[in-house]
Design a protein around this ligand. Structure first.
Ligand SMILES: [Zn+2]
Length: 280
């Protein structure tokens, strides 16, 4: 958390309001979220103009002028809030970095558990970092055949495969579990064991659930808020995630939970039968 729909929601909001704004000053309260020493970070962003706001995987990518890329990854509990002028920053808890804007507003990066990161890159450095991430699941450039080829290279359980950002960028546990349920695939299935038709079903399921969640502006389990501080509306549309013991919306069988790589995987034992599964 937050995953592609949550990060894309934040990016779309910030892209409407931030481009053209100048950063007056950064104030660092939690240096451990930075890659650079705080004084170097603050010097680099002071006076920079925000040119654009984009997303790559779960990363919020702000292009600054002079040419620098500021990348914010919200980790588990991070928020990036854009406050209009005259809004007080003081009441916001867990502030990690404040970016005070020339317009009088502020961009606040808050993070209670501080698994998130803010880092500066040159354009070339960020390009190299970005190339290490897998393709974007919503990109029309990603074909079923290419997706299937990537899956067949790995013997990892498919749920774990989906969480690896070098395979596919932007998927986390919520949408991995939801897409596997929609595609009728058990979370322990070996990635390499999927038939082309199953890979196709999985890619369609991923795209459907990501698109629907994006329309609802993401899922607020606990910490996620949009850039204007609102909750996302997809929580009630989840079919398996966090629903252990409750009836499957498709077949009424109780939703099961297993722990896989220290993360819960939720699934319906009937809709997602365990055939040719991976065994520890
Ligand atoms: Zn079911």
């Amino acid at each position: 958390m937050p995953e592609l729909p949550e990060v894309e929601t934040i990016v779309r909001e910030l892209a409407r309001t931030l481009p053209g704004q100048r950063i007056l000053q950064a104030k660092v309260f939690r240096p451990d979220v930075l890659r650079e020493p705080p004084h170097i970070f603050c010097r680099a962003v002071a006076g920079a103009e925000i040119q654009s706001v984009n997303r790559r995987g779960k990363n919020i990518v702000l292009s600054l002028s002079p040419s620098r890329i500021l990348v914010v990854n919200l980790g588990m509990t991070g928020r990036l809030l854009h406050l209009p002028p005259s809004h007080q920053v003081a009441p916001y808890p867990h502030r990690a970095v404040d970016f005070l804007l020339h317009s009088g507003g502020a961009l606040l990066y808050t993070d209670s558990r501080r698994f998130g990161r803010a880092a500066l890159f040159s354009e070339e450095e960020w390009e190299r970092e970005s190339e290490r991430l897998g393709p974007e699941p919503l990109s029309p450039d990603l074909t079923v055949q290419a997706f299937h080829r990537r899956l067949t290279r790995s013997r990892a359980p498919v749920r774990s495969w989906l969480l690896d950002q070098t395979h596919l960028a932007g998927i986390g546990n919520i949408y991995a579990c939801e897409a596997l349920h929609r595609a009728g695939i058990h979370p322990l299935r070996k990635a390499s064991s999927l038939a082309l038709s199953q890979s196709g079903r999985l890619l369609r399921a991923l795209r459907d659930v990501l698109t629907e969640a994006l329309e609802a502006r993401g899922t607020s389990l606990r910490d996620y808020r949009t850039a204007t501080g609102e909750e996302g509306g997809f929580l009630t549309s989840l079919r398996v995630y966090g629903r252990e013991g409750r009836p499957c919306v498709r077949c009424t069988t109780s939703i099961a939970r297993i722990v896989l790589s220290n993360r819960s995987a939720f699934f319906c034992p009937r809709c997602q039968p365990e055939t040719s599964s991976w065994r520890p």
